[in-house]
Design a protein around this ligand. Structure first.
Ligand code: GLU
Length: 519
């Protein structure tokens, strides 16, 4: 079966692109044909209508990895033709999140490049020129149907079990008809004529498919308010920006044949496609802003203290695997190993436990100085006066916390008491550990710690053990009783580290406070 070519002038070009591709193109995921041995150019094209979604970050990452692996070009285009929903704030957040992830772009928004502007709202004249050409060549036509008429046509098509909801009736309007309708004040949309023959979609992930044109109605490419549609602007820009591969989520699968039809009608080059599977939650539902809210925002993970390395590693494995075994990949390794051939066809599950595990791993990889640097903003945000603290003490606190950080924000509950005395004692901990003898234990330990010389790890530890032995008190009881007095909670780093880091004066003050509380 031959793919349809609407535009006569495009025939030869079309055969290079969607026409019966050579065997090797099917077999080689990069499409090593003579055409694509040219520089690889890929793009990410977010719509700035909210935060950067995990799924979009994944699209960005796969494009970026593909570009970096092949020494190609990664372009960031802003799809903001939906003026009512697009905001500058969202655009900034998208730029910010991408930069935080380290996904730098070679051309595009804020950066410029040879195909500027990269923001679609600034490219309206380009789309208008193309629409004009489509109208003149007869590949597109104005449609004057009102919404009520369209609803009636749709209902009729459904009753007749037609695949196409719109029957293309405005294809046949004469110029007199059009004048008449325009005189009535009707604002037309513009529709592209769908071809009568199958449209071939070459998809590196999903394989080649021929789409039955009977399932496609004449697509609206310009709305009655003059706004060009996503399908029109997207494929025009892909061609104008010489995109070689369109890598995007399967939610756009239905758009692809429409875009190919538009490109063919305009005689434009058609890129190769790679549709990557959906990201699902653990019940198998598509991860979406609507159902999962903030959970899908990259910025949320940044705020909670996930490291970009962990996030990238995690997102890379959403739909891509190297050998089914390896889970930890540095960025360099991802660039080296990334391959569209190993992108799966089925949805991938967003498993927060795995992200936590990766984050713990990457935090653990940082030396104490680097770890102190990354937790610093979290301390500052929580209002701790870290500027007043000697760096050495801050690093010692981080050392004491050790491997206990899953997210950087965990540093707050785990270290708050190093900066300010606890204002309350956790009721559950108090109930469990502060029994009848708590007052005696704290009074005795206060005396012991007031006298010990010097106030250091070994000496402090040894006088406390000496006390528990002489008075036949379980070590854990003495430790927890003291820990609650010092920190307000029953968990955290080693008690001896805490003692030394607080220093004798602060320890004695806090013990006194706890004694008062108990009395
Ligand atoms: N603006 C579209 C989106 O954010 C782009 C889709 C595409 O990559 O073509 O989903």
């Amino acid at each position: 079966m031959n793919p349809h070519s609407v535009g006569e002038p495009s025939r030869s070009r079309q055969q290079n692109t969607v026409g019966e591709p050579s065997r090797s193109r099917h077999q080689n995921p990069v499409g090593e044909t003579s055409r694509s041995r040219q520089q690889i150019r890929v793009r990410m094209a977010p719509s700035p209508t909210g935060f950067l979604h995990i799924g979009s970050a994944r699209t960005a990452l796969f494009n970026w990895l593909f570009a970096r692996h092949h020494s190609g070009t990664f372009i960031l285009r802003i799809d903001d033709t939906d003026a009512a929903r697009s905001t500058d704030e969202s655009m900034r957040e998208i730029y910010d999140s991408l930069r935080w992830l380290g996904l730098d772009w070679d051309e595009g928004g804020e950066k410029g490049g040879p195909h500027a502007p990269y923001v679609q709202s600034e490219r309206r004249d380009i789309y208008e020129t193309h629409v004009q050409r489509l109208l003149e060549s007869g590949h597109a036509y104005p449609c004057y149907c009102t919404q009520e008429e369209l609803d009636a046509i749709r209902a009729h098509s459904r009753a007749e079990k037609q695949n196409r909801a719109y029957d293309g009736r405005c294809r046949h309007l004469t110029s007199v008809d059009k004048e008449h309708l325009a005189a009535k004040g009707r604002k037309p949309t513009v529709r592209i004529k769908m071809p009568d023959e199958p449209i071939r979609v070459v998809d590196i992930v999903l394989g080649t498919r021929d789409i039955d044109p009977g399932t496609l109605e004449d697509e609206v490419i310009v709305r009655s308010n003059g706004m060009p549609s996503y399908n029109l602007t997207s494929i025009i820009d892909d061609a104008e920006m010489q995109i070689t591969h369109v890598i995007r989520g399967t939610e756009h699968l239905n758009n692809t044949p429409k875009q190919i039809a538009i490109a063919n009608a305009l005689g434009l080059n058609v890129p190769q496609f790679a549709h990557i599977p959906l990201v699902l939650d653990n019940t198998g539902r598509k991860l979406s802003k609507r159902h999962h809210g903030e959970l899908v925002a990259v910025s949320r993970y940044r705020e909670e203290g996930y490291l970009p390395e962990a996030m990238l590693n995690f997102v890379a494995r959403l739909g891509w695997s190297f050998d089914d075994k390896q889970e930890i990949f540095s960025v360099e390794e991802l660039i080296e190993k990334f391959d569209l051939a190993r992108v799966g066809k089925s949805g991938s599950v967003f498993d927060i436990k795995k992200l936590d595990w990766l984050n713990t791993h990457y935090i653990g990889e940082l030396d104490i100085s680097a770890r102190t640097d990354v937790v610093m903003p979290f301390w500052e945000k929580a209002g701790f006066d870290v500027a007043a603290e000697p760096r050495e003490r801050l690093e010692s606190i981080v050392t004491a916390v050790g491997e206990r950080l899953t997210k950087l924000q965990d540093i707050i509950p785990q270290t708050g008491y190093f900066f300010t005395a606890p204002s309350e004692y956790e009721p559950k901990a108090v109930k469990k550990w502060w029994k009848k003898d708590a007052l005696d234990i704290l009074t005795a330990l206060g005396a012991v710690l007031a006298a010990v010389e010097p106030f250091e790890l070994e000496t402090v530890e040894s006088v406390i053990w000496q006390y528990t032995e002489e008075h036949n008190i379980k070590r854990v009881v003495a430790m927890q009783t003291l820990r609650i007095a010092l920190t307000g909670t029953s968990f955290g780093p080693s008690l001896f580290d805490i003692l030394v880091l607080l220093g004798r004066d602060e320890v004695l003050t806090r013990i006194q406070k706890a004694i008062q509380f108990l009395q």
